[in-house]
Design a protein around this ligand. Structure first.
Ligand code: PMP
Length: 407
């Protein structure tokens, strides 16, 4: 592993070195999507310039190379999340598609009255597909409430669990608040009633080491683009015996072993869930992103991010007009706040005028925002390439924005 230096690391992300509105860009919207290191862009370019061919289908040289890189990428992801087998790694377009895949195939085994538990702070991707099953099948969707400190209420969760609970589906890290949910406890409690657990890892994989075997989750979903990889590629991990027991989702080429007009035999894992030509370049880019991350000591990256987050939080808390959500609660990646009497989008727009990119609004978590009794928050989300100087510049700019608005 290379020793960690944020200046060395930033050289891999040339996009960061630019002026926005006559100020140096400070990119603090990493929970929405991360920037891509040169290694990822080069892996994709190399693929298109040298190896481009469809996978698994032909015996010619380019297809052999393309297939080899594509399947090596599956192995890279398998090791990255410590899955037992690469058969458990299914390529998707992203977390949203992962949820839609799962809910579509679960629909075939669920019946009216079966219960599914999600939580108050879920992203819409982990709400709406389940609501579609409420409409089509009549499942009952239950929601884990928040405590006064805006954390998942585990005592209330235990009250919701019963033998009718078939699935529990929660985020590893909240994209709106940045808090780390107690997924280990949730998984073990759910397993006591034989419910299966889906973890939305969209915000976690870039910040925490994820070990699906230690977690013992049944499914784990994430998107490549929040992990320094391109958009349009993501991962659905599922325990092999569970994936084997599920019917396929989309039909077409690749997901079949043989087709005749009287009978079609489906392919084995993981191909059963991968109908059609996949995002080959995206998959190769995702493996390059993981290799890039693994070239550093991840503990050092985490310490750096934790330091930035701690400084951001304590500095925000020191501004009298600012209310920080979940202050003092373990977080990773993001922190959300409001400014008394000011609209979140005004804050974000005025920060942008100074080259600072933050997110404002409901963060695709409208039910959570309505529980927080606000119209939206300002969210600052950090990544390994952010610097202490950037965090300090953001705080200084925020103070200026607040005094400007108070004039
Ligand atoms: N879940 C969470 C927690 C997220 O943060 C996001 C992206 N904002 C998603 C799901 C959806 O991911 P995607 O848009 O990449 O499918």
């Amino acid at each position: 592993n290379k020793p960690f230096s944020v200046n060395e690391l930033r050289e891999h992300f040339p996009i960061l070195d630019q002026q926005v509105n006559d100020h140096p860009l400070i990119y603090l919207d990493n929970a929405a999507t991360t920037q891509k290191p040169i290694a990822v862009v080069e892996a994709i370019t190399h693929y298109y310039l040298n190896d481009n061919a469809n996978v698994h289908r032909a015996s010619h040289q380019l297809s052999t190379r393309s297939t080899r890189s594509f399947e090596a990428a599956r192995e890279t992801v398998c090791q990255f999340i410590n899955a037992k087998s690469s058969k458990e790694i299914i390529w998707t377009k992203g977390t949203t598609e992962g949820f839609n895949l799962l809910t579509h195939v679960f629909a075939k085994q669920l019946k009216s009255g079966d219960e599914v538990i999600i939580s108050t702070l879920e992203h819409h991707a982990n709400i709406v597909p389940w609501q579609m099953l409420v409409e089509s099948i009549g499942i009952v969707l239950k929601v884990i409430p928040l405590t006064a400190e805006k954390q998942l209420d585990l005592a209330a969760f235990q009250q919701l669990l019963n033998t009718k609970t078939k699935f529990v589906s929660v985020a590893h890290i909240s994209n709106a608040l940045g808090i780390i949910n107690p997924v280990e406890e949730i998984i073990s409690l759910a397993h006591q009633v034989d419910a299966q657990v889906i973890i939305d890892g969209a915000q976690a994989v870039a910040h925490l080491p994820v070990d699906v075997q230690t977690l013992d989750c049944d499914y784990y979903l994430f998107s490549g683009h929040k992990l320094f990889a391109p958009t349009g590629v993501g991962v659905l991990y599922g325990k092999q015996h569970l994936l084997e027991s599920l019917p396929p989702w989309q039909g077409g080429g690749e997901m079949i072993k043989s087709v005749s007009f009287s009978e079609t035999i489906y392919n084995e894992l993981p191909f059963k869930f991968e109908a059609g030509t996949p995002n080959i370049a995206g998959v190769i880019g995702l493996a390059a992103a993981i290799d890039f991350l693994n070239s550093y000591d991840r503990k050092m990256l985490m310490l750096h991010e934790q330091m930035l987050l701690a400084v951001a939080e304590s500095s925000l808390l020191a501004i009298p007009e600012v209310s920080v959500f979940c202050a003092g609660i373990p977080k990773s990646g993001a922190i959300s706040f409001t400014v008394a009497g000011e609209h979140h989008s005004d804050i974000a727009m005025l920060l942008d005028a100074q080259g600072i990119a933050v997110r404002s609004g409901s963060h695709c978590a409208m039910p959570l925002i309505s529980q927080l009794n606000c119209s939206g928050t300002v969210r600052v989300s950090l990544s390994l390439y952010n610097t202490l100087a950037e965090v300090n510049a953001f705080i200084k700019a925020l103070k200026e924005v607040i005094s400007l608005l108070k004039e």
